[in-house]
Design a protein around this ligand. Structure first.
Ligand code: PLP
Length: 392
């Protein structure tokens, strides 16, 4: 059975070009970038080349990029790094974030709250988008940090972070604006000198952009002070102690170059067209089905994601049925698989627990083919019909 992978928001495959780029840094080009000898300096140069490639993708300075172990660490470093100095001095500090964030943000915010931070979780509208007016109304004189994701991992809903960051700075220029861009990077253009010039901190994960798991980036705008999470060596401007993951960093750099080529060739539009074909095909073939998230204008959703609700169907049972037929999909976030808790994102959008439990996320990768979509359009409606026929 040829398997169809429709779970790219959980993780993407490592592209062959990325693997080729990183392999020598495990083999003949090994070396500790802190060593003064040739092998060390070769590794150092490879890191700086990768940093420059990422800076080109994000239109920022290489000095503003640090490497981490992934999206979770970048999110933790951003939130803790900004708020720790306030909490240490017992100064009031308000963190404004949203109900639709990934747990890497939500649970960090919870931990900060237990240490004295004031935290507000903003609700989205029914499409899963944070409204600028509601955002403006939630800013407070003691707001020190805002954290709003660039695109949601479950629905693909693109958040207007450029606009929200502008509103925050107009309210108080000292507010720092962080965005978890894990699900936006390499899918949507992110211009930190243009539309996102008011964003101060931005998290990216390697394994959502065709680089390996356990690699990540935090963009830190020049002049932004952060307290480190890890103490030890002086790596990454003393913000991320520990010998660098050289092969992983090289992979991130190569993945960024490939992403830039891909976006420049408007391949995101092709991917969105494939996603749209899957979505409209399923909506037409399955009665009682609807989309969770923004519909209509293509720019309001990441190009690879659809989240569909099938009335009266248990998505967990559907996932199992699809897996047996060779389709990998997801409901809620991947880290919740196996748990029966309905998705906090869908609940925040106003869905009932039952509606959330009837929802399936399909996320395409750059490697998804038109032929795979044709097959998915046969398998998924048949699986839904069968589950419905068995339901009491
Ligand atoms: N933020 C978002 C929006 C995500 O989708 C994920 C992963 O699913 C993360 C953060 C965590 O990233 P990582 O797996 O690299 O720690």
């Amino acid at each position: 059975m040829e398997r169809i992978y429709l779970d790219a928001n959980a993780t993407t495959p490592v592209l062959p070009q990325v693997l080729d780029a990183m392999r020598p840094y495990w083999e003949e080009k090994f070396g500790n970038p802190s060593s003064a000898h040739h092998a060390g300096q070769r590794a150092r140069a490879a890191i700086e080349q990768a940093r420059a490639s990422i800076a080109r993708l994000l239109n920022c300075s290489p000095k503003e990029i640090i490497f981490t172990s992934g999206g979770t660490e970048s999110d933790n470093l951003a939130l803790n790094g900004v708020l720790k100095p306030f909490l240490d001095k017992r100064q009031p500090a308000h963190l404004l974030t949203t109900e639709i964030e990934h747990h890497a943000i939500l649970y960090t915010a919870q931990a900060l709250r237990s240490r004295g931070a004031n935290v507000t979780l903003l609700a989205p509208n029914r499409e899963g988008v944070i409204e600028p007016e509601a955002f403006r109304a939630a800013l407070r004189p003691d707001t020190e940090l805002v954290s709003i994701m660039a695109a949601n991992n479950e629905t693909g809903a693109v958040q207007p972070i450029g606009k929200l960051a502008r509103i925050a700075k107009a309210y108080n220029p000292a507010i720092l604006f962080h965005s978890d861009a894990v699900q936006a990077a390499a899918k949507l253009p992110l211009d930190l000198s243009g539309a996102l010039k008011n964003v101060d901190l931005l998290s990216i994960s390697g394994h959502k952009m065709y680089a390996p798991q356990g690699t990540g980036i935090l963009f830190i705008r020049s002049g932004t002070y952060l307290a480190p999470l890890l103490y030890g060596g002086p790596q990454e401007r003393q913000l991320r102690a520990g010998t660098e993951n050289v092969p992983g960093i090289v992979a991130l750099g190569r993945a960024a170059e490939l992403a830039q080529d891909w976006l420049s060739a408007y391949r995101d539009r092709e991917l969105a067209a494939l996603r749209d074909r899957l979505e409209t095909g399923l909506l037409a073939a399955i009665p009682g089905s609807s989309v969770n998230g923004p519909v209509g204008d293509a720019d309001r959703r990441s190009p690879n994601t659809t989240n569909l609700r099938f009335e009266g169907v248990d998505a967990e049972a559907l996932l199992i049925a699809l897996d047996m037929q060779g389709i990998a999909a997801s409901f809620g976030a991947a880290c919740q698989s196996g748990a029966t808790e309905p998705s906090h994102v869908l609940l925040a959008m106003g869905l009932s627990a039952q509606q959330a439990r009837s929802s399936l996320r399909l996320s395409l990768s750059r490697l998804t083919t038109s032929e795979e979509i044709d097959r998915a359009l046969k398998i998924i409606p048949a699986a839904v019909a069968r589950l419905r026929s068995l339901a009491p």
